[in-house]
Design a binder for this molecule. Sequence first.
Ligand code: FAD
Length: 459
Amino acid sequence: MNNSQTIQIIGAGLCGSLLALRLGQRGFNVEVFEKRPDLRKVDLSAGRSINLAFSNRGIKAMNLVGLQHKVKPLCIPMYGRMLHDLEGNTTLSPYSGRENEYINSISRNDLNALLLEEAEALANVTIHFNHKCTAVDFENTSSTFYKYENKTEYSRKADVIIGTDGAGSVLRKSYYLGKKFLFSFSQDYLTHGYKELTILPKENGDYKTFKNALHIWGRDAFMLIALPNLDGSFTVTLFLNYDDGEYNFNNLTSENQVRAFFSTYFKDALELMPNLVEDFFKNPTSPLGTVKCSPWHYKGNTLLLGDAAHAIVPFYGQGMNASFEDITEFDALLDKEYNNWESLFKAFESSRKKDTDAIADLAIDNFHEMKGHVNQAIFREKRNLEMAFEKTFPDLYASKYALVTFNENIGYRQAMLRGRAQDKAILNMLADGDITMPLNITDRTWLEETLKQVQIETD
Ligand code: FAD
């Protein structure tokens, strides 16, 4: 593709700033427009997931732009789920039976700032902050921006416009409102929303609870999770129904109710959060939803990437990782011989959408797993079995979670299909007595053949 062209990027979040960096490295003229102020200069963290689980698909993208050595120091490894029961007892459930398979907690701001820094250092990349896109004329490849500084509106043309403007994308809205082509769109909200809280560090700066895990207080109808930050604090997220159940976001309106809720269900967390009530009433409650749409592009003029194309609920820790993987996959197509942007965009969507649809569905499944199943004995048995399999057959078996999270070389859809087929095969083996726990295998060769067969069938 001719890199003397100008590519306009709407939105300098995680996906947009990585895209700007990569296209800049490839020599394109890149102009980025971001509605918010520069997060390197203004504190924008309030109310937006402050830290994120960052894993192999994201790391692959950082390697692509040569940045993983700068990202690594920002990461805190989380080796497993630390499960907290009602009495405050804890169990560490590792993410994998293989060493070196773990996820990382990373600050959204630090990562976004690094990507902006690197992109802006390139002479052919310009980033305009405080410029809000208000409309896109996809037929003429032109966007309208509102400039907060002097309250003026202006239009800007480009050779190609890419919308990385998140779940509420203006580019996507323009497809929908434009009614110039058949555009399918769905947005499904969960009945649960989320609110962020904090476990502050000890006075000496130490962590108040175990640092290297993703903490989960799963309570069936709702749950609390906590991820560590570099400063010794944890960002805690409460996922709760808006209006169903004894306690919900709409009826937690007084200090006493909030305390009663936490002391009943999250007693050990409450002890770590003297600041709970203040945080609870200060921080916003936000919705969670899944966005699916198609097509992602209009001819060769415009394209949606990241959450703008496929926002998902956060329960697999994959939204950002998937958005980063968009860039890796898109970039790989730039090396191929496409005559024009339209054929490249078409090829991208047809290979990518099945994977983003799959992770959207897996993320919903994991919502139920995290809030409920993790507490059940059968879930723990299954996890133990998965880990025993991973240790016994390191080259033949990886759990569904491991395939999604740690195997960046297969797509989400393949990971989903293989993971589900393996689960089914293992349940059958258990039912037939071919394996028993603790892992005792009656016929190893046969079992290896079965696992190989599952791989072949899902390749
Ligand atoms: P965004 O991050 O939403 O960025 C969009 C950017 O566009 C923003 O900077 C915005 O200001 C800008 N913008 C929007 N509209 C306009 C406009 N009109 N004009 C100009 N600019 C505009 N993912 C993970 O991988 N791991 C996790 O653990 C994880 N946890 C999460 C927890 C929560 C509670 C939530 C809500 C999400 C989580 N995610 C996680 C998902 C992750 O946050 C998103 O997938 C990721 O931020 C998508 O990046 P993006 O750049 O596509 O969109």
